[in-house]
Structures are given as structure tokens and as C-alpha cells.
Write a protein that binds this ligand. Structure first.
Ligand SMILES: [Zn+2]
Length: 387
């Protein structure tokens, strides 16, 4: 069955009709916070219910529960705190003037008000303690730890109301949870496996997607790359989506696979991020969640299979589908894992993004064993890396 949203109810806090007009003109009179991209994307995801049961940004008790016990105050497992703590002097001056029960507007990526927060609490945060608890490190070379350092030293909690959706470059693919659930229902899909991605597809991704689609207990696949703010050196969001669109169009049945996008800041928190992404996909209507090797990892910060084990510790109402590392073996003649393939490592072709990017930079051809030609054409099309 299509699972209920996490916590039992889909949060939807997007205004429409006359209320949207009225609140929109009122919002132009409110103080306007200009947070970083992370919080802008998060505000939208709260409002559309991708983060159900969250109705707003975290308060001090909720933050403490997430950092200490990986749980919300209602007891549900939750691993990534969703904070509004904008940095910079102008934002600090606005925060100085705020009191509980005030309203404050949040600017979108273009600087215009798009959401309103009803202030519940203004409280100091310890950015290093958050980094240590969520990301397991305070090393500034970790991209999310660097982002945390840019935040202010006070957070504002309270429910979020969206005056409108964000205008996103990936709008065509950016379903709301309600929209995704409606598409699943239209197809008659009862069990949908989510595939979390942050790179263009290569044949190791394809392999575990196909293994998933062949399962008796899975009707369909929802491929949903994270394409919000990424770190330097990542593929550009439009490149990831063009590559995936070319791939899905050529190799998958439209009645079995849906391509979406998830515009948020990628959280490279290894196991904690894997659990968070599974919860988010449950809100989109997915019953199963694919977890590969070192999901949501970066560098060597996480044990590559910790993202598998966290699902033994916490039940978030999604079936984890755990896959080991896979590679192309020249002797086997296809994608395999070391559970199956007896051949020496020198007969393997690695699908690591590092080796793919190195080939792209050299202008060397991408071997069809690891990249489909339709995807290779997109990746070879010039400026594809986020600088
Ligand atoms: Zn082999």
C-alpha cells in the first residue's frame, strides 16, 4: 500500500485564492529575513509537506531531541534538524526586534517574500555541537559543516506558511508530495521504491534500480535526484536532470518509473541523512527506499555501510532495500557485486564518479560499460560541473 505520510498526516501550508492575495500584501509590511539557500528550500519543503510532520522550523526542545536522541519531541525518529538561523548583520538586526507571536517574512532566492513564520521561540544555537552531532565532525572541509558556520548564533522557531511555491529551475520535475501521490495512484502503483540520487546515472545505479524493479513487492520506481544547492565540484542540477531524463526516456517503461527532483540542500550526513531521505520519500508516497553503499557520504567521513545499519536501529515505516557496492566485471560481462563475481579486481571497470569526472576532464570517451551513450552525450556537452 502507498504509506501514510510520516506522522500520519500530510502537512500542507501553501496559501491559495483570496487568502494568498491578502496574506501576500500583508507580508510585504513584515520584516524580511534573507536566509541562506538551505533554509529557503527547507521552508518550501515544510510548506508542501515533504518534511511532514514538521509544521515549521525547529525550536530548542526539538533541536535537543534530534541531537541527543535522533527523535522529535513526539517521539518519532528524526535525524536532521531543520533550522532557521540566518547569518549576517541585517538578519541579526531583524532577529533583535522579534518577539514570540510576531510574524516575519522569508525571502526567496530572488529576495522577494515567499513565506511567513509565526515566531514561537528565539534561542541561541551551538553550531559546533550541531555539526558534531549531525555530521559527526567539526571539520570545515565538510560542506554542511561549512554551511553551519555561516549561520547566525540564534535560531527562530515557528510554523511556516507559504505565500506561494518557489520558482525553481527544475520546476517541471519538482512534484509536491500530494502531486507524486496522485501520479502513483493514477498508475495504480501500490508500492513504489524511491531512488535517492545526486549524480547523473551510471550503470551501477541502473543495475540496482533494475534489481529493484524486478522485485515482486515493488510496482514502480521514483527516481528523485537532490538538485538544490550542491557543493563545489558536483554536477550542475540541470545536468543531472537532463542526464536522468535522457536515461529514463530511453531505458525505462513510463508506466513503471517516474523522474522527479528534490530541491533542497544535500545533507552529507551519511547514515543520518539516509534515514532523513527515507522519511522524506515516505511523505512522497514511497513504500521502499534504496540504500546503496556510502549513501549521502562525502570524502571518508562515514563508514560506507553505516547507512545500511541505521535502518536496523530506527523504523520509519519504509522498507529499506540495501545494496552492496557493484561494478562492471569484464569476465562476467556485466554489473555484479563481490557477492557474485569471483574474478580478480583488475578485470573490473570502476563506476566511481572520480574516475568518470577524470575522463570528462581529459576529454576521454566514457566507456559504454559504465555510462549509457545518451547520458554520455549530456555529460560531454561542456560546462557540467558546479563551480
Ligand atoms: Zn566477474
Amino acid at each position: 500500500m502507498i504509506p501514510t505520510p510520516y506522522g500520519g498526516r500530510l502537512v500542507e501550508r501553501v496559501l491559495s485564492g483570496p487568502e494568498q492575495e491578502r496574506r501576500g500584501s500583508e507580508a510585504s509590511q513584515l520584516p524580511l529575513l534573507r536566509p541562506g539557500e538551505d533554509a529557503i528550500y527547507d521552508a518550501e519543503k515544510i510548506g508542501t509537506g515533504a518534511y511532514s510532520p514538521l509544521e515549521g522550523f525547529a525550536g530548542s526542545a526539538e533541536l535537543e531531541g534530534i541531537l541527543g536522541r535522533s527523535r522529535l519531541t513526539n517521539g518519532l525518529p528524526w535525524t536532521i534538524p531543520i533550522l532557521l538561523a540566518p547569518g549576517g548583520r541585517e538578519n541579526a538586526a531583524i532577529v533583535d526586534g522579534l518577539r514570540p507571536s510576531d510574524e516575519v517574512a522569508i525571502a526567496d532566492l530572488q529576495g522577494r517574500p515567499f513565506a511567513v513564520v509565526k515566531v514561537e521561540e528565539i534561542f541561541p544555537i551551538d553550531r559546533k555541537a550541531i555539526a558534531q552531532s549531525v555530521y559527526g565532525t567539526t571539520d570545515p572541509s565538510h560542506p554542511n559543516v561549512a554551511d553551519l558556520a555561516e549561520l547566525g548564533d540564534r535560531a527562530i522557531s515557528g510554523p511556516v506558511t507559504l505565500l506561494r511555491r518557489l520558482e525553481l529551475p527544475a520546476a517541471k520535475f519538482e512534484h509536491t508530495p500530494r502531486e507524486a501521490r496522485e501520479i502513483f495512484a493514477r498508475h495504480g502503483w501500490k508500492s513504489v521504491a524511491a531512488y535517492q540520487a545526486r549524480n547523473p546515472p551510471h550503470t551501477a545505479h541502473e543495475y540496482i534500480q533494475r534489481l529493484t524493479l524486478e522485485r515482486e513487492d515493488v510496482d514502480a520506481l521514483f527516481v528523485q535526484p537532490v538538485v538544490g544547492k550542491l557543493k563545489k565540484g558536483d554536477y550542475r542540477p540541470d545536468v543531472i536532470l537532463r542526464a536522468y531524463a535522457a536515461f529514463v526516456d530511453h531505458y525505462y517503461r513510463p508506466d513503471r518509473v517516474l523522474l522527479g527532483s528534490l530541491s533542497i540542500t544535500m545533507r552529507y550526513a551519511g547514515p543520518k541523512a539516509a534515514l532523513f531521505y527515507a522519511i522524506v520519500r515516505r511523505n512522497y508516497g514511497c513504500s521502499h527506499y534504496i540504500v546503496g553503499r556510502d549513501q549521502a557520504g562525502v570524502g571518508t567521513f562515514y563508514d560506507p555501510y553505516a547507512c545500511h545499519r541505521i535502518f536496523d536501529e530506527f523504523d520509519v515505516g519504509v522498507v529499506p532495500l540495501r545494496y552492496r557496492e557493484t561494478f562492471h566485471c569484464g569476465v562476467c560481462g556485466g554489473m555484479v557485486s563481490d557477492k557474485v563475481c569471483p574474478h580478480p579486481p583488475d578485470r573490473r571497470i570502476s563506476t566511481s564518479q572520480t574516475s568518470i569526472r577524470a575522463k570528462l576532464l581529459e576529454g576521454a570517451p566514457l566507456p559504454p560499460e559504465i555510462i549509457r551513450p545518451e547520458v554520455a552525450r549530456v555529460l560531454s556537452g561542456g560546462d557540467v560541473i558546479n563551480r
